[in-house]
Design a protein. Structure first.
Lengths: 293, 611
């Protein structure tokens, strides 16, 4: 079976002013950043600190029933919601909660409860976590830039950096638009996607480097297009196969991994797109119309 | 190509050997551990009676076939961790009135001895797959500062004495030392002296006052490490004394400790025993009520809330207690703690009690409790006199005390036995994962891997025909080797680790796709079969290395900077990249070569081209 019988000749990069292209991409990313700052991101408790209790009751329960059991002070601080089914209750608070007292109160009225999860994270820890994640992201981007500059040239590295930022911002916007909660696992998924998309990008860069040596008198844009077409099958296949395994994780992996799987899926799409359209733009801009003899 | 015909056989042998070793290290996973509840009693309790009582009551739960008695020990078997928890609760409720029974959860490993010898263990499952409690504890090392200040103050006092300088008062509060002198001249003298001698303090002079602060707010790191290690040892002992096995007590960072107790589901009880700082102190009761010497007297409430005056000099401190055991006194039916004192302190204690024969001795139970008051957690000192006894003879190395109820006695024994914590601890992170959640997660993880692998398999076979099948075999071997490596290094596998495995599988197949696409391209350029394969591998080689190394670097960064969830994910990612590099570059190559050897005369490679 084959995707393309002959080598495809899709004109990915058109012969236009590439400075314009770069500016277009940057403006798009900037507008997304502004959007995210306005809409905000929903961060999980691991980053904000607080307490969370998951209780399963033996039958359907109303939120008001639980609320009425608490004192006014406690009611002010907590947020009670249903979780999955009407039998499950999630109690969230952003400050120190007297979980023992609350559980005792609930237990007096409802004898048969199963405490599924109790989580407490101090705010000192959560801010350290946040800083750690941020530094991991920055260091990751730095490492990739250095590595690509060593293996290829710095214009490739700039393109790779732009592609990484592109992936990161698009994934973040997706979570922001749909108000999906970002937790620690999401961050690790984003970091994994950064690595994965670099994978893609390097394969394309490799081909461009090879073709540049082979076809010395074809202009840069045509070389880039040819390389993109040659690697197209591989790019589509790999993304598809990885997507398959991640979709399995999303469907069967359980609630804990939902945020993680979504980040991976969005990242794979964004990564494939960025490897094709974004990563080569600096290279083209710097090397356009150089014909070597 | 790096493998030529001569080394082909060697590489084949190595590959097969590695597969066999991986399989051996994976076998322990197939031996299911035996989970059971053990019921033990003290010598005088009739174990047969307990057994009959349990058997009768368990029949209502249809568990009477699970109970066995052997050599005065009762075992109740449980099929899963969830069941084990249930059965424990049922047993505890049946034996509510038999307080002398010890009911514990136990696990017996059933792997044959051979595997233990080669260090082959079953995969270690993380908390989110087994269920249990997790705490992150911060050890308060700032107390260290006030200790240093005490030493500093003593030095200062010596200096003042030597220089014959009088000071009116000296206070040490919140890391700041305040000294008031009688003349400004003296203040100036000391100020200059201190500035010269001590480089790492900050001094402010104000008329007759000097305010001194230790500039190094960072405590001596060596002492911190010692305190942290002591805390870890004590916490470990406390948990073991409770009969909880398989706990993880580890240092994290410079001042934090992670505690994970799989299979423990009562988070509130666990917190109580961990955070408790309690000890005993022995005082002489001030029977004459000398109100003139108020400074020498301490007032503590006894059990009936009467105020008792105690003379401030401590007869015996909790730190001098080296061991404690508890039992029920046969005659009085009251719980008793048997206390053993450090040999060095015995002489002093003996002398002191000899001096005070005939006087009343008060035993004070001292506990630092955490109280939550409108969202503020405060620590308060709680003291209670648990017993007053007249000293009849000088007390020696061991003696008994009474006065607490049975729960308090048990807890205090553990606390005395394991020692008091050297520093205050606060819980900064805690979570409990219920047993059903754990089981669901395992199920979810396994299903995702199996389905993911199946999906990849079907697609590869469809697209690349026979060579796709080779890639599938290599992928499967990759999975085996990865799991074996994780088992061997005893890395804890969590749900995120499983996600890392899935991601590596996706990337591993990518390497194969690269190779196959390259081979197809070379074939289209009308090269011979052998040439196409060699060139295909050669050209794909550099790309595969490049891309995998970058991902590996990122995984490495995650491993260094992350902890907990991130670290596990990063570990499986990095290990997975290593195994997939090996299996793809060597495994696929070996399989293709084997195929070529058996089919020397072919025109068309079964690689999915319909030429």
């Amino acid at each position: 079976m084959e995707l393309f019988k002959k080598e495809p000749t899709i004109k990915f990069i058109k012969n236009t002013d590439n400075k314009k292209n770069i500016i277009k991409i940057l403006l798009f990313l900037l507008s997304l950043i502004i959007f995210i700052s306005i809409k905000g991101i929903s961060l999980s408790m691991e980053f904000t600190g607080g307490t969370q209790i998951e209780i399963e009751f033996s039958s359907n329960i109303e939120i008001l029933d639980i609320k009425n059991l608490l004192t006014k002070q406690e009611q002010k601080n907590v947020k009670i919601t249903h979780y999955n089914t009407k039998k499950n209750i999630l109690i969230k608070a952003h400050k120190n909660l007297q979980e023992k007292k609350i559980l005792e109160k609930i237990n007096i009225v409802h004898k048969k409860i199963i405490i599924k999860k109790v989580e407490y994270i101090g705010s000192e820890l959560s801010s350290t976590l946040f800083k750690n994640c941020l530094s991991s992201l920055i260091i990751t981007m730095l490492i990739t830039i250095v590595y690509i500059t060593i293996r290829f040239t710095y214009s490739f590295a700039l393109g790779a950096l732009l592609a990484l930022l592109h992936n990161f911002i698009i994934t973040l916007s997706f979570f922001s638009i749909l108000s999906i909660e970002i937790n620690l696992a999401t961050i690790s998924a984003i970091l994994a996607i950064l690595g994965y998309s670099i994978n893609d990008t390097v394969v394309i860069f490799d081909r461009i480097r090879e073709n540049k040596k082979k076809y010395k008198n074809i202009n840069t844009i045509d070389i880039v297009n040819k390389s993109l077409n040659q690697t197209l099958t591989r790019t589509i296949l790999t993304s598809f196969l990885t997507l398959l395994s991640v979709v399995m994780l999303l469907i069967f992996g359980g609630e804990t991994l939902v945020s993680f799987s979504i980040a991976l899926i969005v990242g794979i799409f964004a990564g494939t797109y960025s490897s094709i359209y974004v990563s080569c733009c600096f290279f083209i801009k710097n090397n356009n119309n150089t014909i070597k003899y | 190509m790096l493998i030529n015909i001569k080394t082909f056989k060697a590489h084949l042998v190595l590959f097969v050997l590695l597969i066999i070793i991986s399989l051996i290290y994976l076998i322990p996973n197939f031996f299911k551990d035996e989970l059971y509840i053990s019921v033990e009693t003290t010598k005088n309790e009739n174990i047969e009676y307990i057994y009959k009582k349990l058997k009768k009551n368990l029949s209502t739960y249809k568990l009477d076939t699970n109970i066995h008695i052997k050599k005065k020990k009762i075992k109740i078997y449980a099929p899963t961790i969830k069941q084990q928890e249930k059965i424990k609760k049922i047993t505890e409720s049946i034996l509510k009135h038999n307080k002398k029974c010890k009911i514990l959860k136990k696990k017996k490993l059933k792997t044959p001895k051979f595997f233990k010898k080669i260090q082959a263990k079953a995969l270690k499952l993380g908390l989110d797959l087994k269920g249990g409690v997790h705490f992150l504890i911060k050890v308060d090392t700032t107390q260290n500062n006030s200790q240093e200040n005490t030493i500093f103050i003593t030095k200062l006092q010596e200096t003042f004495y030597k220089k014959k300088i009088n000071y009116i008062k000296m206070k040490n509060k919140n890391d700041k030392i305040t000294i008031k002198f009688n003349t400004e001249k003296n203040t100036e003298k000391i100020y200059l002296y201190l500035l010269k001698k001590y480089k790492n303090i900050k001094i402010v002079k104000n008329n007759k006052h000097l305010y001194i602060k230790n500039k190094d707010n960072i405590s001596n790191t060596n002492q911190n490490t010692v305190i942290l290690q002591q805390t870890i040892d004590i916490l470990k002992n406390r948990i073991e004394a409770l009969g909880i096995t398989e706990t993880i007590v580890q240092q994290q960072g410079t001042n934090k400790i992670i505690i994970e107790m799989p299979g423990v589901f009562d988070i509130i009880a666990a917190k109580r025993i961990l955070g408790k700082i309690a000890t005993l102190e022995f005082y002489i009761v001030d029977e004459n009520n000398n109100s003139t010497k108020i400074n020498n007297v301490k007032t503590v409430l006894d059990k009936n809330n009467n105020k008792i005056n105690l003379k401030k000099e401590i007869l015996l401190r909790g730190e001098s207690i080296t061991n404690a055991t508890n039992y029920i006194d046969q005659q009085t039916n009251k719980p008793v703690i048997n206390i053993f004192i450090d040999k060095k302190k015995t002489i002093d204690f003996k002398n002191n009690t000899k001096k005070n024969i005939g006087k009343l001795m008060g035993i004070v139970y001292k506990e630092i409790k955490e109280v939550s008051n409108n969202n503020l957690k405060k620590k308060i000192l709680h003291e209670k006199i648990i017993n007053i006894a007249r000293i009849a003879t000088p007390l020696g190395e061991t003696f008994q005390i009474t006065g607490l109820n049975i729960e308090e006695t048990k807890e205090l024994t553990i606390l005395l036995k394991t020692g008091s914590l050297p520093a205050n601890i606060t819980i900064v992170e805690e979570y409990l994962i219920g047993p059903s959640v754990g089981e669901n997660n395992i199920y979810a993880g396994i299903t995702s891997i199996i389905l993911g692998v199946l999906a990849i398999f079907s697609f590869m076979f469809l697209y690349y025909n026979l060579f796709g099948f080779f890639a599938n075999i290599v992928l499967f071997i990759n999975l085996l080797m990865l799991l074996a490596t994780i088992s061997f290094f005893n890395i804890t596998l969590t749900l995120y680790g499983i996600a890392g495995i899935l991601l590596t599988l996706g990337m591993a197949i990518d390497a194969n796709v690269l190779i196959f696409e390259r081979i197809k391209e070379e074939l289209k350029l009308k090269k011979t079969i052998q040439e196409s394969i060699n060139d295909g591998f050669k050209m794909a080689y550099a790309t595969i290395l490049d891309s995998n190394i970058t991902t590996f670097l990122i995984g490495f960064v995650l491993y260094l900077f992350g902890h907990g969830v991130l670290k596990c994910f990063a570990t499986t990612l990095c290990l997975g990249i290593l195994t997939s590099l090996y299996t793809t570059l060597f495994g696929t190559w070996l399989l293709i070569l084997l195929y070529l050897k058996k089919n020397t005369k072919i025109n068309k490679l079964p690689i999915g081209i319909s030429l």
